[in-house]
Unconditional design. Structure first.
Length: 161
């Protein structure tokens, strides 16, 4: 989730990661202010809430927290596929807030692949910070511990060279 601030600053929010991971990735992603949704979304937006929810995990808790953090008139784009029923307070979190909800399931997958390839090829997007952890395949147990502890978001396992 993100929100434009005065002076061109961006607020970036991560609903289900640890504070150490957020602190490490924020400078790499050039975020001016990063916060954990469950802790500070309302207080750091002076009670307004965030403009956009991009929910990609499908986690029922993350979906609920995301809608609670969304401002009136905000937009929710749901990309994650839940594996269980998601209770949601439609009256208070969608209808009374006037939220626009969009479900995205990959129907424009090939078009967006072409757009992403162009961005990556011409230096328009740097994703290096997202793949900060690399471990040899033999160290997979440590890689899983990092993920389970919330100290890594993605770990690239590489074959023995």
């Amino acid at each position: 989730m993100g929100r434009d601030e005065p002076g061109g600053r961006k607020k970036c929010e991560a609903p289900r990661v640890s504070q150490p991971l957020v602190d490490r990735l924020s400078p790499k992603m050039q975020a001016k202010l990063t916060l954990l949704v469950r802790n500070r979304a309302q207080s750091d937006t002076t009670g307004t809430g965030v403009d956009v929810l991009l929910e990609m995990s499908g986690s029922p808790v993350a979906i609920q927290e995301g809608f609670r953090a969304l401002r009136a008139g905000g937009r929710a784009s749901l990309l994650g596929i839940p594996t269980e029923w998601v209770p949601l307070d439609l009256v208070n979190e969608v209808i009374f807030k006037g939220v626009t909800v969009q479900g995205i399931y990959g129907r424009r997958m090939y078009e967006t692949w072409a757009q992403m390839t162009a961005l990556l090829t011409h230096g328009g997007l740097n994703l290096e910070a997202l793949f900060g952890e690399q471990k040899p395949f033999e160290d997979f147990e440590n890689a899983f511990r990092l993920l389970q502890g919330g100290f890594a978001d993605k770990v690239l396992l590489t074959p023995h060279a």
